[in-house]
Design a protein around this ligand. Structure first.
Ligand SMILES: Cc1cc2nc3c(=O)[nH]c(=O)nc-3n(C[C@H](O)[C@H](O)[C@H](O)COP(=O)(O)O)c2cc1C
Length: 326
């Protein structure tokens, strides 16, 4: 997959509750070369759960997406991987297997990062999924499970031997959740351990940090998650920085609010009138703006595009007043 990642160096990470097609469309527009779906439950798909299937929907004009699957039963994973490939055809760039999610409700069932404690089962899953599809299969892992026990390099080798075509590494232990900072050294160590492409992930929030990660780890692609929340422009900045060009200036307040409005409309096209999912995005777009803290309560009562527009209109008035006072 080296040729693929030469063309796709900048990736939007899978983010449950966040990386739906509306958000993916905005990140792609700003320069993300490839985006991931939210993690999709193999079990949910096997029950033909409509909500789970909905996670596979593409936005209009979305050409390709990486689908991330989670689960721990090799047969279920393989069967659902085959179903996804059948359904999505050419729009499926590759299938990624979640071996990094540390959330209690996921690991308590043996899914996500719990698989890092079960390398044999994890290898079985990769092997079974690989056998069921023609598209590439990748894994997304963490530094290890327990604090201080870095197992990622050896684990990645096993996944490669089982058929993984690339490995994404988030440099935190599962037990660490999102605390502390990501250790990029482990990305370099995984890179040394395997011969498939390695995707670096963790704490890239600016163009400069994307360049620093690539230089320090030698990773083949850079994956961004939280740095894109309320900030799809991070991809334009990272793209320029990785190309050795000067980064575009950060967006003005007006641009941030205009993006938030578009985001709300895209979500509404997907979800209908009720877009409570937009609340967290709105908070992110507004973070740090004058009047944002006071608008928080109002955002939490918003349901429709019109509700959000009203809060954004009010916020722009507060910001204009703030500017004239200065
Ligand atoms: C809200 C949220 C949802 C996430 N959902 C997923 C997921 O579905 N699958 C996954 O592999 N990782 C998930 N992650 C982890 C991210 O993909 C990424 O590995 C992590 O946030 C570190 O990258 P960052 O420092 O750029 O945020 C999620 C993270 C956040 C903050």
């Amino acid at each position: 997959m080296y040729a693929f990642f030469q063309q796709h160096r900048l990736l939007l990470a899978p983010m449950a509750g966040v990386s739906d097609e509306a958000f993916r469309a905005l990140c792609r527009e700003q320069g993300a070369d490839l985006t991931y779906t939210e993690m999709v439950s193999a079990k949910g798909l096997s029950y033909a759960n409509e909500k789970t299937r909905g996670l596979l929907r593409l936005a209009p004009g979305e050409i390709q997406v990486a689908v991330q699957l989670f689960g721990h039963e090799p047969d279920t994973m393989a069967a659902q991987a085959a179903w996804i490939e059948d359904e999505m055809g050419e729009s499926l760039a590759y299938l990624d297997i979640n071996m990094g999610c540390p959330a209690r409700k996921i690991v308590s069932k043996g899914d996500g990062s719990a698989l890092m404690n079960q390398p044999e089962l994890a290898a079985n899953i990769v092997h079974s999924v690989r056998g069921a599809v023609t598209c590439p299969v990748t894994v997304k892992i963490r530094r290890g499970w327990a604090m201080g026990e870095e197992t990622a390099p050896e684990f990645a080798q096993r996944m490669e031997a089982a058929g993984a075509c690339a490995v994404a590494v988030h440099g935190r232990y599962a037990e660490q959740l999102y605390r502390g900072s990501a250790e990029w050294g482990v990305i370099a160590r995984v890179k040394e351990a395997v011969s498939v492409p390695v995707i670096g992930n963790g704490d890239v929030r600016t163009g400069a940090s994307a360049v620093a990660m690539r230089e320090r780890t030698g990773c083949d692609a850079v994956m961004i998650a939280r740095g894109a929340e309320g900030n799809p422009w991070v991809f334009a900045q990272a793209k320029a920085a990785l190309a050795g060009e000067s980064e575009p200036a950060p967006p003005s307040v007006e641009k941030r609010i205009a993006m938030a409005r578009r985001h709300a409309r895209l979500l509404s096209q997907r979800e209908g009138k009720n877009i409570v999912r937009m609340r967290k995005h709105a908070m992110w777009y507004m973070a740090g703006l004058p009047g944002a803290a006071a608008a928080r309560g109002k955002i939490n009562a918003c349901v429709s595009v019109e509700d959000f527009d009203t809060v954004f209109d009010e916020l722009l008035v507060v910001i204009a007043e703030h500017e004239t006072e200065r």
